[in-house]
Write a new protein. Sequence first.
Length: 339
Amino acid sequence: MSGGADSTAAAVLLQQAGYTVVGCTFLHLPGEEAEYLVPAKTMAQKLGIEHVAADLKADFARDVLGYFTNGYLNGITPFPCAWCNIHFKWPKLFEIAGQNNCPLVATGHYAEIVETEYGKTIARGADADKDQSFFLWGLKSEWLNQVVWPLAGLTRAEVMDIARNAGYTPKIALSNSTGLCFSGHSDYRQTLRDLAPDALSAVQPGKFVTTDGEILGQHAGLPNYTIGQRHGLGIWTNQRWYVIGFNQNKNEVILGQYAQLSQSEFWVKDGNALLPQLLFEATVEIRIRYRGQKATGSVENHGARWRVVLDEPEYAITPGQTAVFYRDNMLVGGGFIAV
């Protein structure tokens, strides 16, 4: 419970449905009590519900911030939101729910839990612009029996009306959340400098090379670059160069032309098959970015890794990011794109 519109509306709808509600706020960043705890407690008091605060700063630093910094230091572009859901947020929610004798966990996500002939899975929320199923692919099937999403069938405008009627005002609560919850920077490099200054100071410069082995210049350290990057390379030639890969063993950033960024297949690791009967048996919708992209193809189960074969090539498929798979608006699985 942040005290924002989504969590407020979710709590109101749960009360109207007859549930006894306990609001829970995670304190996961140093010095954030005034920003997060006060709005949440204010709305809990207005709704007349119990509120608990969980100090999880050490766990978050280890499980999420550590993953974020180590990812860039090891040549991938991490996706902390998906990782957090799997390894921090939901496990902690279930743990705290148990400690407070709550058999169910509810959040203000715009997504829906649906029953199929193969079991429960997650479906897109009614508001296509706010749908958050893309970030939830890592939730285990068995978890869904304990989850309630009251906002599943609502639009953002309807949610705002419910929250305002309950006493929510933007002055006392956080606005609609975007970006990384642990960073106020638009450039991930500044976040890295804040989180891991010692590790970054040890990063060594190396060579920019083409796929043919031609040396084009010197880079400033692998964590400063991501797949598809064109600007900020410091290379001046009569061609446009893009980052298309890394050779960590040689400390090299591999550059190529735009066409070399497209590929028709890739591998996924740490996959979660919510409905394996639908994931591996037919054509699925494939998303590797939250907005502005969707493709079709097939997913082959090779045990610890899945091979994804696209019907048409996709641009800048980036190790560390996620691939999410849908059938008929239902989430059937997802995983992290492998190197």
